[in-house]
Design a protein around this ligand. Structure first.
Ligand code: COA
Length: 178
């Protein structure tokens, strides 16, 4: 793809025409076989992201193309095994389209999500100190992308239907991964 940067496009901030274009791109996103156990359907997740006020869905753009999707959610950190709901943003629904995986974009997007969350916290003067997520033990690509983006292992998490997971956290106090 020849890019070393990604942009996060906030679906919530787009007008209807711009949003429709992004939804067309999201509808065309797909995963590799077996990856659907780690994440939901892209279109459904984007729609759910807009339907619930606490969620902020973003399209990941690289090199002028929509390459992935992620959502930041406020007040829901406990869903990733965090001890409370409010002190961290939850990163969920994170995927890179199968045609764009393995090029470093997942790592860049995870780091960009932390930066976006930090800006939201600054703008709203809310109380989050970082971003938390849960990732399946059997998802090496996810584990590696998050680690390379600066997330640290915060322990095992046995909730959720998809088997043992790790809780991972990226504090706003740490320097962002380059
Ligand atoms: C997880 C995901 C977002 C990573 O995106 P990506 O763009 O492929 O990630 P990167 O290219 O930045 O690669 C990150 C690491 O994963 C590794 N990786 C990528 N695809 C892999 C695979 N199929 N198997 C094993 N490792 C893989 C890369 O080698 C890299 O590791 P390294 O830096 O140690 O070499 C992507 O694989 C994906 O969408 N998976 C399906 C949905 C999912 O699992 N989401 C996360 C839910 S918590």
């Amino acid at each position: 793809m020849g890019t070393d940067w990604v942009w996060l496009i906030p679906l919530r901030d787009l007008d209807n025409d711009a949003r429709a274009i992004q939804f067309g791109a999201i509808a065309g996103m797909s995963l590799l076989p077996g990856q659907d156990r780690f994440v939901g359907d892209p279109l459904r997740m984007a729609l759910a992201g807009l339907a619930e006020a606490s969620r902020r869905p973003y399209v990941v753009e690289a090199g002028g193309a929509a390459v992935g999707l992620l959502t930041l959610q406020a007040g829901a950190a406990g869903l990733a095994g965090w001890p409370d709901d409010q002190s961290a943003w939850l990163l969920r629904g994170f995927l890179i389209d199968r045609r764009h995986q393995g090029k470093g974009l997942g790592t860049l997007a995870a780091a960009a999500a932390v930066e976006a969350a930090r800006k939201l916290t600054d703008r709203h003067q809310s109380c989050e100190t970082g971003v938390v997520l849960s990732v399946n033990d059997e998802n090496p690509a996810g584990l590696s992308a998050y680690r390379r983006a600066g997330f640290v292992d915060a322990g095992p998490y046995l909730g959720g239907p998809a088997g043992p997971q790790r809780t991972m956290f990226h504090s706003f106090a740490e320097n962002l991964h380059p």
